[in-house]
Design a protein around this ligand. Structure first.
Ligand SMILES: NC(=O)c1ccc[n+]([C@@H]2O[C@H](COP(=O)([O-])OP(=O)(O)OC[C@H]3O[C@@H](n4cnc5c(N)ncnc54)[C@H](O)[C@@H]3O)[C@@H](O)[C@H]2O)c1
Length: 418
């Protein structure tokens, strides 16, 4: 019933899943408890996530808790085929994901996991939830709750809740401090630069890297690019974020100015049509564009195709070269899809450990509390967020101070001043 590329890839996938597990000690502790307590016994979960080694560890944790899980890819290009095989062949988790699948197959796979009549949806970008509400509303009666992994998904779900369209409560895992402060920032930062380097093998030192969007992901990408010796230029639409970028030492300017000087452009805004034709027309010969935001709408691919009248070729794996009428060449990485997953392996396991511990614990919380919840987006309960931080520190062997009784009293009083 699964749909994967090749079942024979399972042994390689297994080794890579184990390698990731080596840095996922928080999730391992959750898994150990789930194994004993079986808090998800019989719960049907439809998951739509990037099919990576870290996701495999999450799927196996949910299964250890007693859940019946089906997994589909949350992006046509982010699937690691060996992982999909290991999950299906060895873990009993039917997976519907093939790297490079076309749009029709992508949606066929979302529908396949919805056939499970899920009680919980676990989504990354809200495509699964949208299909469920728009085309598979017949399945809604079984659903008690869900979780959402990323900024873009949370924005869509809040819009749905605002319109009164959301049919069940969803926990925004992205909003946990132990998620976005680490995953979006250090995870996206490192893996995006990894993808740019793997796919191009260009030297970053001395280059001008233009980062569009200085949110959690943009902070990470900018700091990693700077650390590699790049001159970083930030473009923003939010005045406070722009100020922060300036005081962090980056140059800030409109994209129409940055377009002339950038060597490498990276979008991480969660917005649409950020790099447009008018910007591409100004770019230098050899400019490289990559997107690390959730959807492939940040770089106007249609405009790039129109401009590429001199021909298009795949010059390296994950690098498409568009030649303009005047001979200039512009390069697009990973077909404009989130580059850290399309052209590299996504976030390192150490940050996904925290994101996915939040996922697993939020599902448990949803199973326990769904009857008392409204049809809206909930934050991860702060006690779960803090517990994840505590467990991560313990796993890293780091101790911290605790408040003395006097300090505790002081911090909770209002009558002690100068
Ligand atoms: N690649 C990954 O693995 C990964 C991981 C986490 C999040 N994401 C995705 O990355 C995107 C950004 O996430 P985030 O958590 O940083 O969001 P965020 O809300 O913290 O930051 C987005 C920033 O982009 C700015 N922005 C919006 N439109 C812009 C425009 N036209 N030009 C310049 N700046 C603009 C906003 O003002 C904001 O400061 C989302 O789509 C999110 O889902 C990707």
């Amino acid at each position: 019933m699964s749909d994967i590329k090749d079942p024979r890839l399972a042994p390689t996938g297994r080794e890579r899943i184990e390698w990731a597990a080596g840095e996922m000690q928080v999730l391992a502790q959750v898994r150990e408890r789930f194994d004993k307590e079986r808090p998800l016994d019989g719960v049907r979960i439809a998951a739509c996530l990037h099919v990576t080694t870290e996701t495999a560890n999450l799927m196996e944790t949910l299964a250890a808790g007693g859940a019946e899980v089906l997994l589909a890819a949350s992006n046509p290009l982010s699937t690691q085929d060996d992982v999909a095989s290991a999950l299906t062949e060895q873990s009993g988790i039917e997976t519907f994901a093939i790297k490079g699948e076309d749009n029709d197959t992508y949606y066929k796979h979302l529908n396949a996991v919805l056939d499970l009549q899920p009680q919980i949806t676990m989504d990354d970008g809200a495509d699964l939830v949208t299909v469920l509400h728009t085309q598979r509303a017949d399945q809604l009666e079984h659903v008690i709750g869900g979780t959402e992994e990323t900024t873009t998904g949370v924005i869509r779900l809040r819009a749905m809740a605002g319109d009164g369209a959301l049919a069940y409560p969803i926990v925004s895992v992205n909003d946990a401090d132990t998620k976005h402060l680490f995953d979006n920032r250090f995870g996206t930062g490192q893996s995006t630069m990894d993808a740019v380097m793997r796919s191009t093998n260009r030297l970053i030192a001395g280059k001008t890297v233009v980062v569009a969007g200085y949110g959690m992901c943009g902070r990470g990408v900018s700091s990693r690019a700077k650390g590699l010796g790049a001159h970083v230029v930030v473009t923003e639409v939010d005045p406070t974020a722009a100020l922060e970028a300036i005081m962090e030492g980056y140059r800030v300017m409109p994209l129409r100015d940055a377009a002339r000087i950038g060597d490498i452009f990276i979008t991480v805004t969660g917005d649409t049509s950020v790099i447009r034709r008018e910007h591409m027309e100004l770019m230098k010969d050899g400019a490289i564009m990559a997107n690390s935001g959730h959807f492939d709408v940040e770089i106007d691919k249609g405009a790039l195709r129109e401009l590429g009248t001199g021909g298009v070729r795949r010059i390296r794996e994950s690098v498409d070269e568009y030649t303009l009428a005047d001979g200039r060449r512009l390069h697009l990485l990973g077909e404009g899809r989130l580059v850290n997953l399309a052209a590299a392996e996504g976030h390192p396991a150490a940050v996904m450990d925290m994101s996915f511990a939040n996922q697993a614990l939020s599902v448990e919380w949803m199973v326990q509390h769904h009857a008392d919840l409204e049809k809206r987006v909930y934050p991860v309960p702060p006690e779960i967020d803090r517990e994840v931080a505590r467990l991560k520190l313990r796993a890293m062997g780091v101790e911290i101070d605790t408040l003395t009784e006097e300090q505790d009293l002081y911090l909770h009083s209002w009558d002690q001043g100068t």
